[in-house]
Design a protein around this ligand. Structure first.
Ligand code: C2E
Ligand code: CA
Ligand code: CA
Ligand code: CA
Length: 278
């Protein structure tokens, strides 16, 4: 963890004047987007590899730019993290995702969502309050929410993060460890944070069908997760061949362009995914 802090500091100092200018340019745009609801959510199905059913949808945020241009999160999430604006986005996404669930017709009342939280989200005590209040207000069942925490985002305070995760789990929400294997301290995270799902990072998945190293690594991750009583999700499942390989290895769930891209509405991924897995 110490090594990680150093790396982070180094990066911050290393950021060039040009990059800093670009960060500053984004501040009012991000503020305005949160205030004026120029953010919107898209949904990508996560599919059970054994039967092709949609397990839940991951919620991904987008920003409306000028001339109906869509700004993707890699353009503004890292800036928001550096500029202290990420918490406002995290809360906006949580509230709007729960509102989305609340507005679904009753025949879709079993749909659940996975929401990304930044590493710093847990340093703000109001996160718990916002989740609890919103769930109470909308009568949405807490079991319909999973929060994804990424190990590539710097988690500043392990203890506080862990405490917060435990409290949010007590509400009935679930947790997933995102981008597993991509960071410096995968095992540390797995040991420290009580999660229900391990999301295998896409870099181990996208070439899985013809890369033996990836296959060995994914097999070990599945074994470790299984022994710890956690379910595995593979992201970046781009082809049917990869989906079948993952199924063969014993990965529980898959997400990626092979099953469906992130969309404005809940697509019926069911048919698509079944066809691929048969
Ligand atoms: P992530 O959580 O790892 O999300 C997966 C990213 O991979 C998404 O990009 C998704 O569109 C993309 N993806 C999904 N399937 C495939 C595939 O088969 N192939 C390829 N090549 N890519 C695929 P997106 O939506 O641009 O999000 C990028 C990152 O931004 C996310 O990575 C997450 O770290 C962050 N992010 C997105 N939405 C939110 C949010 O609401 N809050 C926070 N804090 N971060 C978010
Ligand atoms: Ca994610
Ligand atoms: Ca991920
Ligand atoms: Ca990622």
């Amino acid at each position: 963890i110490n090594g990680r802090q150093k790396i982070k500091l180094y990066n911050q100092e290393d950021i060039s004047i040009k990059e800093r200018r670009r960060d500053i340019y984004w501040i009012p745009i991000i503020r305005k987007a949160v205030r004026d609801n120029d953010l919107f959510l898209v949904f990508q199905p996560v599919v059970q590899l054994n039967n092709g059913d949609v397990s839940h949808y991951e919620v991904l945020v987008r920003m409306r730019g000028e001339n109906d241009q869509i700004i993707t999160p890699d353009q503004f999430i890292p800036v928001a993290e550096r500029m202290g604006l990420i918490h406002a986005i995290d809360l906006w996404v949580v509230e709007n995702a729960i509102d989305f669930l609340a507005a679904l017709p009753s025949y879709l009342s079993r749909i659940s969502l996975a929401i990304n939280l930044s590493g710093s989200a847990f340093q703000y005590p109001d996160l718990l309050q916002v989740i609890r209040d919103k769930l109470e207000l909308t009568w949405v069942d807490a079991g319909r929410l999973t929060f994804e925490i990424t190990e590539t985002a710097a988690v500043d305070n392990f203890e506080r993060t862990r405490d917060m995760i435990i409290k949010i789990r007590e509400l009935g929400c679930k947790f997933a460890l995102d981008d597993f294997g991509a960071g410096f301290c995968s095992f540390n995270y797995l040991k420290t944070f009580p999660v229900d799902y391990v999301k295998i990072d896409g870099q181990f998945v996208r070439n899985l069908d013809h890369n033996e190293t990836d296959q060995i690594l994914v097999k070990s991750m599945v074994e470790i997760a299984g022994k710890l009583g956690k379910k595995t999700i593979a992201e970046f499942v781009e082809t049917p061949a990869i989906a079948l390989k993952l199924k063969e290895i014993g990965v529980n769930l898959g997400q990626g362009y092979a099953f469906g891209k992130p969309e404005r509405s809940l697509l019926d991924g069911q048919q698509v995914s079944l066809a691929i897995l048969l």
